[in-house]
Design a protein around this ligand. Structure first.
Ligand code: ATP
Length: 516
């Protein structure tokens, strides 16, 4: 990104944050006490939008597949769960402080951002050359252009060192990479760094009222473990046969070192996870299947495919034999929105080891018992919310005025429609109330009779309401109303009896599910 576009995207991001607050989507938490860092509350329209995104995920997982069912496990779990899952020993991030600015960073993120900046340089050189030569061959260019070759070699070297350092948990080497790459603190501009230290991300609390008897328990850092410990309960009670999946949405908590970028990285957030249990040996085939399925789910929202890309993990987590992220182009660059992991039999085997209870499945077709392998899809509800909001937010000039509109997918819009009587007389409010009574079964519908009609339209545009229906002078004579489309601003006149079907057909989550 050049400086101009960086400034523009920063500006856009600021606008999204202030728009979210002004229009009741997201507020800083405990604001009257000056807020709590990296914790946010969802307002009236935010809660509706979040519910709709959650429903789309839940229905896509559990209604669209006979072999996937949903559960709702508790946030608190027996503390041994986290020993077995590896979180007590290994759920750490490497942190580093800049001694001058006193700012704290994730050391791995500093290196990843540096690599992204180098890659940007290559992209810029390539773009320049593309414009210059009509028969441009990108592969040939990248292998012959000296500057590009040099940067590529640099990236390779850093990546190799970084991968080895992460695998060997070599914190000294991670710091050395930061020094060798001359990475400076964005605030102080200096390279005066502390050593790198590990930091466990789990929040601990006490169970029980008498502290001596109390046990340390943790707020779950992922929802997945609630699925693993219930694997046999669910398999038996719902009579599931492998391959099958268990889906769950719910809160997770992480004491993030650097919690910035609005709702992108919070300390309390919501995950939507599905664990798919398969025969050992079949996991790579299912891993590929779920990569494809999950991208399809995102693309059904009709956001351009340019906003998505897959990225393989440089370092595999302690439980995985393959892992990638789906990254989304947020206003601050491509970042992870969803993880797809082949978790092997790590979790079930460890729960068997720590609990002493068999976690095996008897496969009637193979006539033998085994510990299933697992492919996981894990997406952050809040990150999805931010992704959808940032693409939807638009400012356009209409009749010499700025119109701010949220062009949200109509199926996810918090308010499905607004009903307006043109004026508060001539029986119009009564007819509008009656129409509202009919439409309320579609979803949240607003009745509004204050202000000019133009202002009422603008307010609905700003919260992303797809349709505004106006009762006017003609309604009492020929039973027609106008229906205005948020995106085109075009109005059509239709019979009042057709309004329900018109809006329901165009805003139902069914439309998204049919694309899968
Ligand atoms: P990151 O690398 O950004 O810290 P992660 O790899 O630790 O993320 P996972 O453990 O794979 O994330 O969690 C699955 C999903 O949960 C992520 O893709 C993301 O959408 C969401 N998520 C994780 N941490 C947070 C957070 N602190 N705030 C909001 N969403 C989060």
């Amino acid at each position: 990104m050049n400086q101009n576009t960086t400034a523009q995207t920063e500006e856009l991001f600021k606008k999204i944050i202030s728009h979210s607050k002004e229009y009741g989507f997201i507020y800083p938490n405990s604001e009257i006490y000056d807020g709590l860092s990296a914790v946010y509350d969802y307002g009236a329209y935010g809660a509706e939008l979040k519910n709709n995104i959650r429903s789309y995920w839940w229905q896509a997982m559990t209604y669209m597949h006979q072999n996937i069912i949903g559960i709702d496990a508790a946030i608190f779990m027996h503390p041994t769960t986290w020993k077995a899952s590896g979180h007590i020993d290994a759920f750490n991030d490497p942190l580093i402080d800049n001694k001058d600015s006193k700012k704290r960073y994730r050391a791995d993120v500093l290196i990843e951002d540096h690599l992204a900046r180098l890659q940007d340089k290559i992209n810029k050189e390539t773009e320049k050359a593309k414009k210059k030569f009509s028969n441009f061959d990108e592969e040939l260019f990248c292998t012959t252009n000296l500057r590009v070759k040099e940067i590529k070699e640099k990236i390779n070297q850093i990546e190799q060192r970084f991968k080895a350092a992460l695998e060997n948990n070599d914190l000294h080497e991670i710091k050395q990479i930061i020094l060798d790459c001359e990475i400076a603190c964005p605030i102080s501009g200096t390279r005066n760094w502390t050593d790198v230290r590990q930091f466990n991300l789990m929040f601990a609390t006490q169970l029980g009222s008498i502290s001596e008897e109390a046990n340390t328990i943790y707020l779950r850092p992922e929802t997945a473990q609630g699925i693993f410990v219930n694997f046999l309960n669910v398999q038996k009670t719902a009579r599931m046969k492998i391959p099958f999946g268990i889906a769950q949405t719910g809160k997770a908590f992480r004491n993030e070192i650097v919690a910035r970028q609005f709702i992108f990285r919070m300390r309390e957030f919501e995950q939507m996870e599905m664990q798919f249990f398969v025969r050992p040996g079949n996991e790579m085939q299912w891993y590929e299947y779920w990569k494809e399925q999950r991208l399809k789910w995102h693309l059904a929202l009709a956001i351009s495919s340019d906003f998505y890309r897959f990225k393989d993990h440089i370092k595999l987590a302690h439980y995985a034999n393959a892992a990638c992220d789906i990254e989304f182009k947020f206003p601050f660059g491509f970042k992870e929105i969803e993880g797809i992991h082949s978790r092997t039999d790590f979790d079930l085997s460890n729960h068997e080891k720590y609990s002493g209870k068999k976690q095996q499945y008897f496969d009637t077709e193979e006539n033998k018992s085994y510990t299933p392998y697992v492919v996981e899809t894990s997406v952050g509800l809040d990150r999805l919310f931010l992704a959808i909001l940032s693409v939807a937010h638009k400012e356009e000039t209409v009749e010499n005025e700025i119109r701010t509109v949220l062009s949200l997918p109509k199926e996810l819009a918090p308010i499905k429609a607004a009903v307006f009587p043109l004026v508060k007389k001539d029986g119009m409010p009564e007819m509008a109330q009656k129409l509202w009574d009919d439409l309320k079964y579609i979803g949240k519908v607003i009745y509004e009779d204050k202000d000019t009609i133009g202002r009422r339209y603008r307010r609905q545009d700003a919260i992303g309401t797809p349709y505004c229906v106006t009762i006017d002078n003609e309604t009492s004579t020929n039973e027609t109303v106008t229906i205005r489309d948020r995106d085109t601003m075009q109005q059509e006149r239709i019979h009042i009896s057709k309004v329900f079907a018109y809006i329901e057909e165009r805003t139902s989550i069914r439309n998204l599910l049919r694309k899968l």
